[in-house]
Unconditional design. Structure first.
Lengths: 320, 320
């Protein structure tokens, strides 16, 4: 099969003629039909996480083989990316996403989705409703990550909420919060990306236009940049909350005095509920269609990664 | 009167012959009987907060004059240090401690407690129960700051909790958590300071002896050092919470990847409930007596600040 492989030496290369992955116990073999390039993939390509193997973790595909669950064969599915051990205390506490022994599709110790085939435990798979296209379903994983915010913060009516950074993830975060009835200000550095929010009930603003400080009760940092946290710290109100979605290769500087004196809460936020994301797509509560910058063949995966890294790009999809 | 004054040029000096502070509307004049030196005072003496004026914010004293409330004259009192405007949205939301126009006793725009007299709004004052000595009552302010943690984090039975740093504030934090029934590990760098916890139901450990990582569900950083946060990040478990009590003149480096991937919550924590602190002292639930390193006269205030800054010192008190 074909796959975009991150070599141990750090070089990214489309490889052909690879064997299909072997189905482990409790796993299914999935033929990938579409995959999405995420900022994390771009960071991994720069060396973040020290990953080597097949890149990619956002996908939709069709179950080709599931020895333990033959009824699943032929189902169109998306898949949760964390593969927990299911026996440690963290797993038994229902927090398998934080299992210390977990592997993570295309990120930690597990070949990913920029390939003709992948394997995942059948427990990780969610059937895609018929009315959700592949081009929408491929957004399930990042959309679930956006829904995670609503599990972590109790956003009350009247709260002032800002999403800082309207790139790949920020665009979805805005849509999820607006769909939940939250009054959101979307702050970005590019008029083009802010323009993608036309039709979404959010106030938009260029970051350079925000002169005030301490304006928002909740600030989501989805900038994907190490300096995003410092800007979020300026924008958050005393006793407010910052949700940090940004993972980057370099650490950030934190004004701990501001955090303590103004009793700010900073919450790290990662993976979220697939079921809620699929429901939002099926009901049309979130429409990711405007976010597709390009659809390219897996054969063009190297070029697709370059395009995804360009400033204007939002979501570059690979059809497989 | 006498007062330890931080000059605009940054020099700290005991000044005599100063006029008594003028009683503003709604304020009382308090004759200070005892005051405590806090880490924040030592940081201010180094230039933190850019404060000039009379230093000091931990005190107990006697009301000498209270034009609007004459019945208070003669009462032994402690005082909350934040002086809010009482009219802005933050004040109306009951968060006067975060009023953007507030002054703070001995810290922001308001002469403090290392003096013969100070003034505070009568609303800030709490009468000290008869069975609480001056040497205990002077701990009310930092003890309230320790109680603040229990307002911010819901510590459940079975949770593993560590207090990192057992200096001035950490000693009180340990005692407050233990009194609340929490299973606390107290981690310090000095055997002497850990020894002060004898008789308190806590496990003690030298920081250098803690080899593992991700051991605690809740970590309180009361190190007072910029590197405390990084150590707390090592010690906290995935999905855990760090309470940050440390304010220092320099910012900290934060491993935001760890925060995001392990969905850690970081909460800034400052001032707390005086009523709870006074009750704990009156009931003997917390005994601060072992924490008194020295009691010196206000006349020796400059020397007392030097002693308080020494590595072995916990609380240096000034009798006035």
């Amino acid at each position: 099969m074909r796959a975009l492989v991150m070599g141990a030496g750090g070089q990214l290369r489309l490889v052909t003629g690879l064997p299909r992955p072997v189905i482990g116990e409790g796993q299914a073999l999935i033929r990938v039909t579409m995959a999405g390039i995420c900022s994390t993939d771009l960071e991994i390509a720069k060396g973040y996480m020290g990953f080597d193997g097949v890149l990619g973790h956002e996908f939709v595909g069709v179950v080709e083989d599931a020895p333990g669950k033959p009824a699943m064969v032929g189902e169109r599915v998306v898949g949760e990316i964390n593969i927990p051990c299911r026996s440690c205390p963290m797993c038994k506490a229902g927090r398998g996403n934080h299992c210390p022994a977990r592997s993570v599709l295309g990120i930690v110790g597990k070949d990913g989705a920029f390939a003709d085939h992948l394997t995942l435990p059948v427990e990780n798979l969610h059937q895609v409703p018929d009315n959700v296209s592949d081009q929408a379903a491929v957004f399930t994983e990042p959309l679930a990550a956006a829904f995670r915010i609503l599990e972590q913060v109790d956003i009350q009516p009247g709260m002032r909420v800002a999403v800082l950074g309207v790139g790949r993830l920020g665009q979805l975060v805005v849509r999820v919060l607006v769909a939940a009835g939250v009054d959101v200000t979307s702050i970005g550095r590019s008029r083009e990306k802010l323009g993608l929010l036309e039709g979404v009930s959010t106030t938009t603003a260029l970051e350079s236009e925000i002169a005030g400080k301490a304006l928002y009760d909740v600030v989501v940092d989805s900038t994907g940049a190490p300096e995003g946290l410092a800007r979020a710290m300026e924008l958050v109100h005393p006793c407010g909350t910052i949700i940090l979605k940004t993972t980057v290769a370099s650490p950030a500087i934190l004004d701990t005095n501001r955090l303590v004196i103004d009793e700010i809460t900073l919450i790290g936020s990662r993976c979220g509920p697939f079921a809620k994301a699929l429901r939002a797509l099926a009901e049309g509560a979130v429409d990711p269609a405007p976010l597709v910058s390009a659809v390219m063949s897996l054969d063009q995966a190297e070029e697709a990664m370059r395009i995804a890294a360009m400033p204007g790009a939002i979501k570059v999809l690979l059809h497989v």
